[in-house]
Design a protein around this ligand. Structure first.
Ligand code: KIV
Length: 259
């Protein structure tokens, strides 16, 4: 199969729906890639799923660059998107440009950053410089402290209009796709119909052009998951069982066998 690129993603709108996910290391990125996942996001959710933080806020550029490099080396066909961590694009556009360039040099095909109209000038500058941008509106987890928790957004008509305006602003600024996170499905449907670019929903209902799931959630590695998640496997039980068998067999002297 040919490699997914932003042009192919753009052309998928209205033709096929894309099941996309996160990955943070080479092993899982290779498996996702071999399974045909079209977009692998090295999300800043790596902070919660791989580094043990409560939020995405502590993730550093060095964490992102190491993970992007690992995923990019393993993914042969998927489009690899590197998430800009909190603090990497909030301290001025020149700083943001340098950090986005570093994410691309580490191996990403595109960057993702959170925000709507307020980051549209930065998106314009990035895309003009040849850096494809996947935007992110609705519930933006890097604003968790402003929300007072990870809360659904766009619930009133006024709030919904703001999310819609943000989505239109990032499209006008040149983003090739936009994440819609934790918004009512009717609003996601309205935005998906209003935009020419691909919408990638997470907790935003079935009408989006594509979906994200966090890898650890979809594989059942996380036992507690958001209500919208479907677990496609129960790897926590499988992995825990394998570790326990190994410990038991070593303790019993049956592994390694004499031969
Ligand atoms: O970091 C992440 O995993 C994300 C997805 C939830 C879209 O931003």
């Amino acid at each position: 199969m040919k490699k997914w690129n932003v042009d192919r993603i753009r052309k998928s709108k209205g033709v096929e729906k894309l099941g996309c996910c996160t990955a943070y290391d080479a092993c899982f990125a290779r498996l996702a890639d071999e399974a045909g996942v079209p977009i692998i996001l090295v999300g800043d959710s790596l902070g919660m799923n791989a580094l043990g933080y409560e939020t995405t806020l502590p993730v550093e550029m060095s964490d992102t660059l190491a993970a992007v490099g690992a995923v990019a080396r393993a993914a042969k066909e998927a489009l690899v998107v590197g998430d800009m961590p909190f603090g990497s694009y909030q301290c001025g556009e020149d700083d943001a440009m340098r950090n986005a360039v570093a994410v691309i040099k580490a191996g990403a095909d595109a960057v993702k950053l959170e925000g709507g109209a307020s980051v549209a000038p930065l998106i314009r500058r990035l895309t003009t410089a040849g850096i494809p941008v996947l935007a992110h509106v609705g519930m933006t987890p890097q604003s968790v402290n402003s929300y007072g928790g990870f809360k659904k957004q766009g619930k009133t008509r006024e709030a919904a209009d703001q999310v819609l305006a943000d989505a239109k602003a990032v499209e006008a600024a040149g983003a090739f796709a936009v994440t819609l996170e934790c918004i009512p499905s009717e609003l996601a449907a309205e935005i998906t119909a209003a935009l020419k670019i691909v919408t990638v929903g997470i907790g935003a209902g079935p009408v989006c052009d594509a979906q994200w799931l966090v890898m650890h959630d979809l594989l059942g590695l996380n036992e507690k998951v958001p209500s919208f998640v479907k677990k496609y496997a129960d790897l926590a039980a499988v992995v825990r069982g394998a570790f326990a068998s190994y410990v038991r067999e070593v303790s019993a002297g049956t592994f390694p066998p004499a031969e």
